[in-house]
Design a protein around this ligand. Sequence first.
Ligand code: SF4
Ligand code: SF4
Length: 445
Amino acid sequence: MARKFSFKGGIHPPHSKKKTEHLTIEQFPAPQKVIVPLSQHIGAPAKPLVKKGDRVLAGQLIAESSGFVSAVVHSSISGTVQSVGPFPHPCGKKVISIEIENDGLNEMAVFSPLLNWRDAAQGELVQKIQAAGIVGMGGASFPTHVKLSPPSNKTIDTLIINGAECEPYLTADHRLMLERTEQLLTGILILKKILSAQKCFIGIEENKLDAIQAVTPLLKDQKYREIKFARLKVKYPQGGEKQLINAITGREVPSGGLPMDAGCVVQNIGTAVAVCDAVIHGVPLFERVVTVCGPVVKHPKNYLVRIGTPLRLLLEATETDLSAAKKVIMGGPMMGTTQSDLDAPVIKSTSGILVLDSVQPGVREHPCINCGHCVHACPVHLIPSRLAKFVEKENMEEAVEWNIMDCMECGSCTFVCPSKINLVHFIRLGKFRVQAMRAAKAPGK
Ligand code: SF4
Ligand code: SF4
């Protein structure tokens, strides 16, 4: 029996993937209008390069990055720029975006392929990825070129590809592993070459048997032999960077540290496929796979969607019963963000749209009974019950001492709490307060 990799802590929520895991990715029609935000990534927003009245092509650069930690933005359709201004964004606020009216021609920009990527210098490969506007597509949306440019004092020896997709309902990565297997593996080899990583793993949760059966035979091929398969136990949050690193290498990312502090870089499945498209074909990131699912979605789907497509259109196409919907979430139910405006668009980090017909209970339903379940569930070894109490009492110094800032907001503690205390709500609030305190104390304030 092959070894199964895992980490300490975690939970087993229902997978709820049955409705979409076998559904082939379908191209979602390009909409009449897209709203392409300038901020779809962690870091500085991009700066627009177009203005009202300009004609643009699908895949054309329309906004440049405004710093190293920033990502360029491309048009996802051909058409005419209607405006550049504030529009609804999945973060819940209005964000400067480029509104483009579709001309129905689907005219593509000219892309520059790089067929001999093995002969290219590492810097040239990173430049192609940066020019394609690629960001982490698993939800974190950190610009990929930054992750691939570690400081010179950090040695990366291991690349890990996250095929866990441990959030319930989401199946976008699962389908990519099945339907774009060769592109995925090529993308991984490109990433490995850039990092000069000696070791490279693709970790897949063992419940995705067909994905394992699609990927592993190819790893015997001479071309892909450098990539090793790691069978992951089914557990949430198996796809967390620190949990994956620990499960596969046995290393711990230090408190407050990054994967590179453990000699690792973790990339997501969708990101690796996008890297292949960008480097080999020169195609920038202007569409992505989105799972649309949930109890009131009549026809769940895995769609390939143009960035900037309003969420409302996806829900209409799937005949979602919005009158029965209590909550719309972008991402999965554990770490996704609640959506209040269905005119907000799909962005580069949108892995799924989930529509639920019930909501979580209130913030504190019953007193804590000191059962310790939250402590056992926490994948980063925190004491969630204690942290929540510190936050309630506004004792932020103690909360910091007990490592509140290491919380990855996975929601496992809330999930297991028999008293139905929304622990992650308190901890998120506490982290926000600590950040505000630190910002107030920063030089120049
Ligand atoms: S939300 Fe934070 S405190 Fe709760 S289990 Fe996850 S990492 Fe631990
Ligand atoms: S799981 Fe809930 S009831 Fe149990 S110790 Fe943690 S906060 Fe208290």
